[in-house]
Design a protein around this ligand. Structure first.
Ligand SMILES: NC(=O)c1ccc[n+]([C@@H]2O[C@H](COP(=O)([O-])OP(=O)(O)OC[C@H]3O[C@@H](n4cnc5c(N)ncnc54)[C@H](O)[C@@H]3O)[C@@H](O)[C@H]2O)c1
Length: 320
């Protein structure tokens, strides 16, 4: 096992806290860097004595270079992950995703100019926009995101590519499908659960219900990112991290109501934006995952199994 001192930005969030668990279990020394805007200290309570938690902000931190001086590898997970917010606020993803990523890369290059830390970046399927090839491979193009969020992640990938070439920062870009599981604080299962708790007789579903999307369980996702990072040979690489199948949105209300023990719930469809849930939502997302599978990684659960397991985990978190 190759143990390292690793910094996880966004390590107190949903995906980040699972990544912290996986890295600790592999014997790494872990520094969690998080401004706790959506992350929660409670997600790290069980391992608080084993980590160094730095409550700091990537946008404003004047001492970021010092934090990075003795770091071997960075998992850059911090972001504003809300795709919907961009329809009203076009600045948040520029600041929290593009500027935060630039600040991090610039600090990495200054912290150890002759031997910079390497980085893994949690990007997203939304960089593909409304793709015309399914499943969509990593080399699909042109990339035309339709959300401010997707655009900000694509811009961050591009800046990272230039830093990799110019300053020798090895980078692994992982484009995630929809990630679900315990400690979720957003997403369709979380939304449906809260709507049904509010009114168990009816459920509003954004869009026409015919959207098709690939889902991955957070434990499969985290293992995928670590595996891609550890097996990557070249200096800069992209990997889709998802399942080879997808679920239709119409399946999900039944999965959630069954897990909550509800019957005779009326489902209402908003029609949304051109059938999608909201401005910036894609109607069909299915990722080609042959590249990461070829590295020897395997996921345990397909999209439907993922949703069935994750909703039970979310209910158990929220009703604990
Ligand atoms: N959840 C998904 O389905 C999904 C899909 C694709 C990609 N991603 C990406 O995965 C990553 C994690 O997403 P998540 O779902 O766990 O979201 P999350 O909101 O739970 O995690 C983001 C974390 O980053 C922290 N953070 C935000 N801005 C920060 C800043 N300026 N400085 C320091 N910390 C900051 C938050 O407090 C939070 O802990 C994000 O980069 C997101 O874009 C998520």
């Amino acid at each position: 096992m190759d143990t390292k001192k690793i910094l996880v930005t966004g390590g107190a969030g949903f995906i980040g806290s699972h990544l912290v668990d996986a890295l600790l279990s592999r014997g790494n020394e872990v520094v969690v860097y998080d401004n706790l805007s959506s992350g929660k200290k409670e997600f790290l309570d069980h391992c608080k004595d084993d980590i160094d938690l730095q409550v700091r902000d990537l946008v404003t931190d004047k001492e970021l270079v010092d934090v990075l001086r003795d770091i071997d590898h960075v998992y850059h997970v911090a972001a504003n992950p809300d795709v919907r917010v961009g329809a009203d606020d076009t600045w948040v993803s520029v600041e929290q995703n593009i500027i935060a990523t630039y600040n991090l890369l610039e600090a990495m290059r200054k912290a150890k100019p002759s031997d910079p830390a390497s980085i893994s970046f949690t990007s997203t399927s939304t960089v593909y926009g409304n793709a015309s090839v399914f499943p969509t491979p990593e080399d699909y193009g042109p990339l035309m995101p339709i959300s401010q969020y997707g655009a900000s992640k694509l811009a961050s990938e591009a800046i990272m590519s230039a830093f990799a070439d110019n300053f020798g920062i090895k980078a692994t870009v992982c484009r995630f499908a929809n990630v679900v599981g315990s400690r979720s604080t957003h997403g369709i299962l979380f939304d449906f659960y809260h709507k049904l708790k509010n009114d168990p007789s009816k459920l509003e579903i954004l869009g026409d219900g015919l959207q098709r999307k690939s889902y991955i369980h957070v434990s499969d996702c985290v293992n995928g990112v670590i595996h891609a990072t550890e097996t990557q040979g070249s200096n800069f690489e992209y990997f889709n991290v998802g399942t080879a199948d997808y679920a239709v949105i119409n399946q999900i209300p039944g999965i959630v109501t069954e897990a909550m023990g509800l019957k005779d719930v009326e489902f209402h469809y908003t029609g949304g934006h051109k059938g999608a849930g909201w401005k910036g939502d894609v109607k069909f997302m299915s990722l080609a995952v042959d590249k990461i599978l070829a590295t020897g990684w395997k996921y345990e659960l397909n999209s439907t199994q993922t949703l069935e397991k994750a909703v039970r985990e979310i209910i158990s978190d929220l009703e604990a």
